[in-house]
Unconditional design. Structure first.
Lengths: 949, 255
């Protein structure tokens, strides 16, 4: 009997497909949005898109519920109740922009420093940075300081690029993939696709992470390391490789500063710096003719070890001699680091052995001749198929910068940067430090009603580039680029509110934030930050931070603490560009960027933040935003994306330039550019020729390609900086040998942490607190189905993670008599939380953890006040202070990396105590009202019921 | 009481799920919800969607288990404790107890491809099928009062209005880890059958006698890093830097 055809099998899915770019996380996948009856029917991955090739994660597929969430803001809001009450009145855009422009104009005229403008998960930093520069405040940055600046700064300073947005593993060719501490909500589809390829190809996947969830769960080998000791593990691997002579000497000689001669003159201002010729070119010792020549001299065969004397009598040594001597020391032997790292010596030896075997015994060769920057022709590309990837697990420690440097050093030692099978750069990277600006923000860089003299953010080459005054005091509100955090290339957003509240280094008038939940999960010491935002000057009754402007699309906790809200659109209602001027979506083989466009029109009185910035730019008559008569240059962000030129012929988008849309990289403005992008699936891709695809740091064809594309105006090859002269300059300042001298207060810390060779030291909090009193680590992990605090307002995603238990390792449970469902106090030197636990075995035995940002404030995100997220959900943030415990030196140091200022989220040390059972986690906070009035909270959703057949 | 097809379906369409690469990201769970809430039959409702007791109908869920292999040492970093992410939806059993238990004939197994479906017009929402299914793969939609289950995206796989390459279940198309595969398990030469043969694919709970069409691929065997230490032979028997630099000079000579 044949079944009756009871099913309609070929119903059209939708009326129309609109292709745009996802923004449910920072992955930037291509999506096909199916529109039916004017509503979103279905969102799927774009098969043609180079980032995701058709796949899409849970967040991306849940875009419908994000787009229609009740938590969406509906209109501009002006605060009517006290801060934190959530009481606002809706106002018109004209009124809102008038108020904002009034506040900002006053600051710009009187003292531009009094505006602190910081953005969160912003994908338009080339616009927001440009705006801030034209406004003239020195106080601008995005959120990198509390995200992964250690990774970015260490990568750029060592190899000219970092992981993720600067490069990717060569997934198709790699034979050993080693991943350190990666957040599962970032770059997640490319990583999942890559891991699947690695496993299908029979390659080995090793994951180093204290917690074995997500990616680590499918790893061939999981190394459940003790948090904050990754650097020591890496240096032990380096020790083993040196001992076994498993390094790529030819690669080191050609592409790194291993042969550069370091001056050996203790007690002088030159000690530890590179010897240079009259043109400033570093010198090497040529072994055939036995003389000192500038690096890059044709035919030179430079020494990597030995001691030499320059003609002027100065003693010098190749930097590699210092490197090898350092890491061959027995203190880096696997047996010596096993107990500190929690990784057995045999596992470390096995890891080193696998790296060596794969890099050298399984080397690959691609038969493609290429030419290097010295004009030397190579027959093909030699590949060392060992690839690495790392992110916040390394980064969010106070030793993270040095740890990330150590990892990059390991890559270079085995010749595994931008070769087949290894980590490969994505254009516009690699980019040497010299091609980045130095920071701007000293007193001479700004003034009343004028733009800042140059970009805010950059890389100081030495202490002379710091943004400090004559007394060595910080100039920026976040104290970035000061002696506290000299190479804080992304600023220190996590210090802004605390510093502004304390008036240290000075008070501010306006705090302007975009898309960063600083009154909740994006701040350390959340309860303290809330108090700072609520705190008033007792004499005047004015808030210590007088005016707060905030832009967000959703009713986050931070909305309740702002005075003026500029409501943003959802990601499906806006224009955006994922720009070559910022962080594009390039792949190792292709130059790529992308756009978003309104695939549905807003049904509320909201505006895309970038268009609002352009409007404010006109109201403030900022150069670059108005013509000489004060008339606005751009109608909105879409217009800016097309017509703005940063340099002649170079704009936000690289594709479809020129009058006919046939120019790439450089080209005249094309009025039809956005149309061309939309027709192409909202992205653009241009392939790199095969002779330019590898060794980009030293490949002449690539460098010429980069100039043609407009990344640079002249070739910018990179020599890998294993030994960092910049760090040594800071040490000389700390030793009082080279001007400017470091303040006495900072000298010891700089001496201990600015080693010019990658180094490991115990994270600051662990070093500061009594280990016996706080014997465990506490960290967070990112669930793959949520992105930061986004997700709880999403009816589908919140069903996956409605609450977050505290996961406690079995041995700790046994020691404290704890079982699933028990309640505990988790106590740090700063605070205490009371939460419910779950037992877990697949975790480092001293590491307690929970999911990040599931806990919500009562009333926020348009959830009911008894929602589990607000009742049982909790934040680890309450245990983490933005300051380190007092050391008795009279200073209060930021809880950050001493080099970059990166927030040291994962340095947290805790103890655990059993508590009485409860219904609600602690600390609990008062309810906040829904901004602009209560939304309709449906009792039931039946999305798509009208289409049921 | 409803009958299964008298003859075995000639095609047995189903899923093969690779537990070696599933990272538990829930992409398949949400994509399934999204496709099916506007597709076959009644919407997949959510109750108290922004409140305390949120719940909803899902046709596919991922369960996460912590597994300690027998003999594995149960201590954190030194041990073998593992997390297994286990996606689960209707397995389109050949001997589907959910069909035979159905009092109205609403539940049925298709002769042409073996897909188990519910005719929602005939479903009285009695819930017997959910009770009979040993896998817990059926979910009663509280708003519609009818039983919902995986349809293998029957309204995608035969849908001539979409590209041929996209005529696969939504969960398969979206899976970022390539852990989900779809095909005809009656054809021994199909990609999915070959995969099952090569990787030792297994039935879920075979003792239940349901003969599921869907198969699971077990995690590949793993070899500890510590087992590889012997491969790193020291070039020379020197511990310190002096021997290293002598070696280095030799290498540079040869370059």
């Amino acid at each position: 009997m044949k079944s009756k055809p009871r099913v309609e099998l070929s119903r059209p899915v939708s009326d129309e497909v609109r292709k745009t770019t996802c923004y449910m996380c920072a992955c930037r996948c291509g999506i096909d949005v199916h529109i039916k009856d004017g509503k979103i029917r279905y969102i799927e991955g774009n098969r043609d898109h180079p980032v995701n090739r058709g796949v899409l994660c849970a967040k991306g597929s849940a875009g419908i519920m994000q787009h229609y969430a009740p938590a969406r803001l509906r209109a501009p809001l002006l605060r009517t109740g006290p801060r934190g009450s959530g009481e606002f009145k809706e106002i018109s855009w004209d009124e809102a922009l008038g108020i904002a422009a009034g506040w900002l104009a006053e600051v710009r005229a009187n003292d531009p420093r009094k505006l602190a403008f910081f953005t969160g998960r912003d994908q338009s930093q080339s616009l927001t940075g440009f705006w801030a520069q034209q406004f003239g405040t020195p106080n601008y940055a995005a959120h990198g300081g509390f995200c992964s600046v250690n990774m970015a700064a260490a990568g750029i300073m060592t190899i000219g690029g970092a992981f993720w947005e600067f490069g990717a593993p060569d997934w198709d060719r790699t034979k050993l993939f080693i991943m350190f501490g990666v957040a599962e909500d970032h770059d997640s589809n490319p990583l999942k696709m890559g891991i699947a390829k690695v496993k299908k190809n029979g390659a080995r996947f090793v994951s180093v992470n204290p917690v074995r969830t997500g990616y680590s769960a499918v790893a061939d080998n999981w190394i459940g390391i003790r948090p904050g000791t990754d650097g020591l593990l890496i240096l032990a691997v380096v020790h083993e490789l040196l001992k076994a002579r498993k390094i790529d000497v030819d690669y080191l000689m050609r592409y790194s500063n291993a042969p550069w001669l370091v001056i050996d003159a203790p007690g002088t201002s030159e000690h530890g710096l590179f010897a240079r010729d009259a043109d400033g070119k570093p010198l090497v010792f040529e072994t055939v003719t036995e003389r000192v020549v500038p690096k890059g001299t044709a035919g030179a065969r430079p020494a990597l070890s030995g001691s030499y004397t320059l003609q002027d009598g100065r003693k010098v040594t190749p930097s590699f001699e210092l490197l090898a001597t350092k890491y061959l020391d027995a203190k880096y032997a696997p047996d010596a680091v096993a107990s500190e790292t929690g990784v057995s010596a045999d596992t470390i030896r096995g890891l080193a052995s696998e790296i060596a075997r794969t890099a050298f015994d399984e080397a690959i060769f691609i038969d493609q001749p290429w030419t290097d920057m010295n004009g030397e022709r190579h027959e093909g590309y030699v590949g060392r198929p060992v690839s690495f990837h790392a992110m916040r697990g390394l980064s969010a420690h106070s030793n993270g910068f040095q740890t990330a440097r150590a990892l990059h050093m390991l890559q270079v030692l085995i010749g595994a940067v931008d070769c087949p099978g290894a980590f490969r750069f994505e254009p516009p990277y690699p980019k040497p430090v010299e091609a980045h600006p130095t920071p701007h923000g000293r007193a001479e860089h700004f003034g009343s009603n004028k733009p800042l003299a140059g970009p805010h953010l950059g890389f100081p080459r030495g202490p002379e580039d710091l943004l400090v005054d004559a007394d060595g005091k910080p100039q920026r509100i976040d104290k970035a680029f000061s002696w506290d955090a000299p190479i804080s290339a992304h600023g220190l957003m996590h210090m802004v509110i605390a510093n502004a509240h304390a008036g240290d280094p000075y008070p501010i008038d306006v705090l302007f934030l975009y898309m960063a939940n600083m009154a909740w999960n994006s701040s350390m010491n959340t309860a303290g930050v809330i108090k700072m935002l609520e705190d008033k000057d007792p004499a005047t009754g004015v808030y210590k931070i007088p005016r707060i402007i905030y832009s967000d699309a959703y009713a986050s906790e931070t909305v309740a603490y702002a005075d003026l809200i500029l409501p943003d659109t959802t990601y499906l209602e806006r224009h955006d560009c994922i720009s070559m001027l910022d962080r594009p979506i390039s792949e190792p083989d292709a130059v790529q960027d992308a756009i978003r466009w309104p695939v549905v029109e807003p049904d509320r009185d909201v505006r895309g933040f970038q268009s609002v910035m352009l409007d404010l730019g006109v109201r403030l008559s900022l150069p670059g935003f108005v013509d000489h008569r004060g008339k606005g240059l751009y109608t909105d962000y879409a217009d800016y994306i097309v017509r703005h030129e940063r340099r002649p012929g170079i704009g936000p988008l690289a594709g479809f330039r020129g009058a006919n849309g046939d120019k790439t990289g450089r080209g005249a403005v094309n009025p039809d550019q956005l149309k061309r992008y939309i027709e192409n699936g909202s992205f653009f891709s241009a392939h790199i020729p095969l002779e330019a695809q590898f060794f980009k740091h030293a490949n002449k064809d690539y460098q010429d390609f980069a100039v043609r594309m407009g990344f640079f105006d002249t070739p910018q090859p990179v020599t890998f900086q294993l030994y960092s002269e910049t760090l040594q300059k800071f040490r000389l300042s700390a030793d009082g040998l080279r001007e400017p001298f470091a303040p006495e207060t900072h000298r010891q810390r700089i001496r201990e942490t600015f080693d010019p060779l990658p180094d490991w030291y115990r994270p600051f909090e662990e070093a500061a607190v009594e280990r016996a009193k706080f014997p465990y680590h506490a960290i967070t992990q990112r669930p793959a189905a949520m992105y930061h605090s986004w997700g709880s307002m999403n009816a589908w995603l919140r069903q996956i993670h409605t609450t977050n238990p505290l996961y406690v390792p079995g041995p700790i449970c046994d020691e404290h008599g704890l079982k699933d469902g028990d309640w505990v106090y988790l106590i740090s030197s700063h605070g205490r939380i009371k939460v419910e636990i779950a037992r877990m075995e697949a975790v480092n035995s001293s590491t307690i953890w929970t999911w990040n940002a599931i806990g919500k404030r009562k009333g926020a995100w348009s959830l009911d006040t008894d929602a589990p997220e607000a009742k049982k959900g909790f934040l680890m943030n309450h245990l983490i202070n933005e300051l380190l415990p007092p050391k008795g030196d009279g200073m209060r140091w930021s809880n950050s990396d001493p080099v970059t200022g990166q927030a040291a989220w994962y340095d947290l040390r805790v103890r655990i105590e059993k508590a009485e059972a409860a219904e609600r986690s602690e600390p609990a906070f008062g309810k906040i009202a829904e901004p602009g009035g209560r939304r309709t909270h449906p009792d039931e959703l039946r999305y798509g019921q009208e289409w049921a057949k | 009481m409803t009958s299964l097809p008298a003859q075995e379906p000639t095609r047995k369409l189903g899923l093969v799920i690779d537990l070696d690469v599933c990272v538990g990201c829930h992409a398949c769970v949400i994509s399934c919800k999204e496709w099916n809430t506007g597709g076959y039959g009644a919407a997949l409702s959510d109750q108290d969607p922004y409140g305390a007791d949120v719940s909803g109908t899902f046709l596919n869920r991922v369960h996460t288990f912590e597994v300690i292999p027998e003999g594995g040492e149960i201590v954190g970093e030194a041990g073998e404790a593992r997390i297994v992410h286990f996606p689960k939806s209707c397995l389109h059993c050949e001997d589907a107890p959910c069909v035979t238990v159905c009092p109205t004939g609403a539940s049925y197994k298709r002769t042409e491809d073996g897909i188990v479906l519910v005719d929602e017009d005939m479903c009285i929402g009695c819930g017997l099928c959910a009770w009979a299914c040993p896998y817990g793969a059926r979910e009663m939609d509280l708003a519609a009062g009818v039983m919902k289950k995986c349809t293998l995206c029957v309204d995608r796989i035969y849908n001539e209005t979409i590209q041929e390459i996209d005529r696969v279940p939504s969960c398969v198309r979206t899976c970022p880890a390539n852990a989900r595969h779809y095909g005809d398990l009656a054809d021994p030469q199909s990609d999915v059958s070959l995969m099952v043969a090569a990787r030792g694919g297994i039935d879920l709970m075979p003792e239940q006698g349901t003969r599921p069409v869907n198969k699971y691929l077990p995690p590949r065997p793993r070899k500890p890093l510590a087992a590889d230490t012997g491969q790193l032979l020291l070039a020379e028997n020197t511990e310190g830097a002096t021997g290293f630099f002598a070696w280095l000079d030799g290498v540079l000579e040869r370059l």
